[in-house]
Write a protein that binds this ligand. Sequence first.
Ligand code: FMN
Length: 376
Amino acid sequence: MLRFLTAGESHGEKLIGILEGIPSNLKIDEKFINHELLRRKMGYGRSNRMKIESDKVKILSGINEYYYTTGAPLALEIINLGKEIPKVDYLEPRPGHADLAGLIKYNQPDAKYIMERASARETAMRTTIGAICKLFLSEFGIKIYSHVISINDVESSTNYYDSSSDIDYSIADNSVLRMIDTKAEKEAVEKINLAIKNGFTLGGKVEIIGTGVPIGLGSHIQWDKRLDSKIAQSMMSIPGIKSVEIGLGEKIKNLYGNYANDEVFYDKVRGYYRKTNFSGGIEGGMSNGEDIVIRLTMKPLPTQANPLKTVHINTKEETLAFSQRSDVCAVASMSIVAESMLAISLSDSFLEKFSGDSLEETKKNFTNYKNYIDKR
Ligand SMILES: Cc1cc2nc3c(=O)[nH]c(=O)nc-3n(C[C@H](O)[C@H](O)[C@H](O)COP(=O)(O)O)c2cc1C
């Protein structure tokens, strides 16, 4: 229903995006998009490039003079400010990156032609597209939040399953690491300082939550229609992600089956509901009306200030990987990219269910369905 493409290199002129499938008459708030880009840039432990880049979107097509979508594809542009790249050959592929496999596969003489596109700089455009999807979803009361639940072995005491009261996700936006637990945040900052001092990098884990998602996005009838499979693919597409968990994820294996599955209750006002949400809001590949809960693990970033061993691609001699300015920890920034990818996946499944060429048509279909659900 929704499709998008991105183009552009890390140190190229600009990043380009094309987004097709957003219904007409959605108000596009450029300030909101730019704020989302700012959120992606933040996070303690990021490289100096973040001081250079000041990402702003330019919308080239698909909206009218009043900033409402027309139904035509949206063409989007972000200018790269951090363009300068040293004019040297990159003949020492970096372990953990696309460099070596990419230059062999595409028969390139130099890793720079691979790293320039494989770079996570591209996720700035995905954040832009995700921001437009967030605007679309908010028309239907769907909201997306994220926070960091661990940096390396420093765990936040606040997470969806262990916190006894409702979590105030807005706190994450005021934390340098998007951690809600301030004690853990302090420890994680110290850990990052240690990593900076010693020239290594750190990974971690985030939680992404979608609220207000109606029953019935995705489907059990075919493998590629399942909402969980779509979400897993979109999350795994983020550079550096090594595992995706839905709901309690990996921890569910330790529970007994009579406790691990969420019992169903009914209330005249709420309709069907659960007292637990171990399934993370998805059963049989469909949203079940509860919060969508996703956890992602990011690996420690591959570029190290103390470079790893590699092989020179011409001489085949052992050498050290080239090292350029690089983040030490990008988990906080990744959580915003993950919010965006969830917004894109949910918008796609939402439009598959409710369709509509104009926002009015989509809303009518949605309201009809809501009325139907209320009677079930
Ligand atoms: C927001 C964000 C920023 C990143 N910054 C860096 C970085 O500065 N240095 C680095 O080596 N990897 C960074 N990465 C991770 C690499 O892009 C990624 O590990 C690499 O492209 C290989 O992909 P893979 O780990 O999925 O196999 C970043 C990832 C994200 C999502």
